[in-house]
Design a protein around this ligand. Sequence first.
Ligand SMILES: Cc1cc2nc3c(=O)[nH]c(=O)nc-3n(C[C@H](O)[C@H](O)[C@H](O)COP(=O)(O)OP(=O)(O)OC[C@H]3O[C@@H](n4cnc5c(N)ncnc54)[C@H](O)[C@@H]3O)c2cc1C
Length: 550
Amino acid sequence: MAGYDVLVIGGGVNGSGVARDCALRGMRTLLVDKHDICHGASGANTGMIHGGARYLLYDVQTAKDSCTDSGYIQRIAPHLLFRIPFLVPFFKHDAFAELVMAGADMFFAAYDHYQPLKRGKTHTRLTRDEALALEPGLTPDIIGAVTMDEWGIDPFRLVIGNAVSAREAGADVRTYTEVTGLLRGAEGRVTGATLRDALTGEVTRVEATVVVNSAGAWAPQLAAMAGARLRLRPGKGVHVVYSHRVSNYAFITLGVDGRQMFLMPHENGTICGTTDDDYYGDLDRLIATEDEVGYIRECGERVLPALKQLRMQRCYVGVRPTLFKFGVNEDALSRAHQVFNHAEDGAPGFFTLAGGKLASFRQFAQEATDEIAAVLQNTRECRTHLDPLPGGESAPDVEVLSRQFRWPLSAVGRVAYRHGSRARRVVEHADHVEGGRCVVCTCEPVTAGEIAYVAQHEQVRRLADVRRRTRLGMGACQGARCLVRGAAVLIQAQDRPAQDVFDEVRDALTARWRGMKPVMEGPNMAVAELSQYVHLGVGALHEAWQVKPP
Ligand SMILES: Cc1cc2nc3c(=O)[nH]c(=O)nc-3n(C[C@H](O)[C@H](O)[C@H](O)COP(=O)(O)OP(=O)(O)OC[C@H]3O[C@@H](n4cnc5c(N)ncnc54)[C@H](O)[C@@H]3O)c2cc1C
């Protein structure tokens, strides 16, 4: 039986962050996830590395901590961050609109005090004409606006960067590896876990001095394996993705019930969301409903009426592992985080991470690792705020790379954004792959070389893992044009049986379809039918594969 200092369960942002911190402090670390890295809430959020201005109303410490950690995340992963300038419009038909705008002006003046922590700009008050000049698509029904400055990130690359860094510092990382039970020793001590490989069915046992439950919304299930009761307020959040960018600015806007939501440019599209509703359903069968989509649309169209004409591409859904509190609306729940030491529940050696935000993950991981280090009597200092994540060392010269390796400038630009200083390694890698410079996914764009690179260096076990690392299939066509081509590259790069990878094309298209179905209407249907046509075609191919020649 293999032995580790630390077993980390859950490859979301918190688990990957803890694994990185533990490995950098020299602990023998194993990180496992029952799916891929970034499968849970960490891959289904708004992607903002923000303070969260509204938390100033009821949770000042979390807003401050998030701003501070945002500053550190910018330092260690500058290539992944992008500025999101916001407009907060005020509507002439709203009650006391002038008064509310004056109040907001004062409110954002308070938030300005935290902006230097994350290199943010202070707010400005705009007249109606100034706001409309900046964003002509904004509804004319406004009396003015206030600006606010935040940062966004590709959450997939952030989490994968942490996992890759953990591995490079000596950790083992095993994806599609589910913890099905905990091993117990004397006096109830948790001494390891039983693992089941979801792809091979192989069952193994690992021993670890400390076991960390960072399973997000699934954490209560893991805690129960140690006989501990952990209560969360899991909050379901849905976003709608539009197929194009329609504005330069992001907007803070309100739902019909007065809840705050965001409408913002994100990657090559626009996202609007999010809902926040208590969730009691199956965490492994999340679906968005048409009602939720309608609610989000109404909120976005109030600000940008032209959204009505824009194609909704899909929606996505995740569940926040929010800390439990009774008698409070979901919106007003704290986004604070907490490390639970289950020694108090008769399970020494077992810790749970609950709550938190993407924006404060590094600090959360540091606090958890400090507790783990105390058990292991490890006195090494935390370095996660100093050591860059893979690619965060320096900015590559995109034009030089494009000229030198004869790659399309747009493709090199995306590679530089995703891989930072490692962009050179990615483009060099393409020279060893047949057709390495070919753009496989034109929406994003993604080259065959980049797919081959992540297949070999970033823990890819299935085709869908390539999507999380490169955005293959996440653009306007939702994989209809690129997934089969991506599969062909993967077959070659990993020397895998073609039949297996074609099964994965079918699974990947099914997963895309699940996100597209709730937004289906009008012109969306045409794109959906094309996608279904490809889906069925691949399905038929799969069936044909089973037929033995006569
Ligand atoms: C809709 C939405 C919007 C959000 N927007 C923002 C935002 O803009 N900014 C921000 O700062 N925060 C945001 N958040 C919050 C943030 O995304 C979460 O706090 C964070 O991602 C939680 O990370 P985690 O690692 O704790 O959990 P998760 O990312 O859910 O990871 C848990 C992992 O555990 C694995 N797992 C579960 N059971 C097992 C098992 N038995 N064995 C092995 N592995 C297991 C799962 O597969 C999963 O990958 C948002 C959240 C949501 C849902």
